[in-house]
Design a protein around this ligand. Structure first.
Ligand SMILES: [Zn+2]
Length: 190
């Protein structure tokens, strides 16, 4: 007969609320001493004087339209925001320009080649990943692609796409606030 589960075995608990990554820094990366204060930005080690800033990482996003003026929205295939709308784009690699990151991400995600791009605006964003909140600066561009004929899901990051004239329904269904704000600005000013 199966033994009754011991009362001391802890049940899986719900994931803790996401927290800023600075709160997970318990030790100085320079000297290894346990931090006396955690959660501050910058992190400061009283033992060796080392200071570390938790700055945002950078990302790009693109707004593009087809020949009828319909905007391309991507349906996200993964969390955060799985099933919600996003814009083509992603994180900028170290040593890469924002423009090159946009060309690379657009090709990786939907196999399209960028013909031209114009800077639109930037908004702060928070990317929640594996229990941490990562601050992000999102930079948005209005882009033209060579052709939409080649569109296909590239790296599996997206579930599909949707060309539309975004209204209230679409705007409230964006995965990220920054993307929605950029889209609203674009619709207002185009
Ligand atoms: Zn230290």
């Amino acid at each position: 007969m199966a033994k009754k589960k011991s009362a001391t075995v802890s049940e899986p608990t719900a994931s803790p609320r996401p927290r800023p990554i600075r709160q997970a820094w318990k030790f100085c990366p320079r000297c290894g001493v346990a931090a006396t204060k955690t959660g501050k930005n910058p992190f400061h080690c009283e033992a060796c004087g080392h200071t570390h800033f938790f700055g945002p990482v950078s990302a790009v996003g693109a707004i593009t339209t087809d020949s009828e003026g319909k905007v391309l929205l991507l349906i996200r295939g993964k969390d955060p925001g799985k099933g919600k709308f996003g814009l083509p784009g992603g994180f900028i690699d170290a040593g890469e320009t924002a423009e090159d990151a946009l060309r690379r991400e657009v090709f990786e995600e939907i196999r399209l080649k960028v013909k031209s791009m114009t800077y639109l605006c930037s908004y702060p964003n928070e990317y929640i990943y594996q229990g941490f909140i990562l601050p992000v600066t999102d930079m948005f561009f209005v882009m033209e692609v060579q052709t939409f004929d080649a569109i296909e899901s590239g790296d599996g990051e997206i579930h599909g796409w949707h060309f539309c004239h975004p209204g209230k329904k679409e705007l409230k269904n964006f995965a990220f606030e920054s993307n929605r704000r950029a889209m609203e600005l674009y619709l207002k000013t185009r």
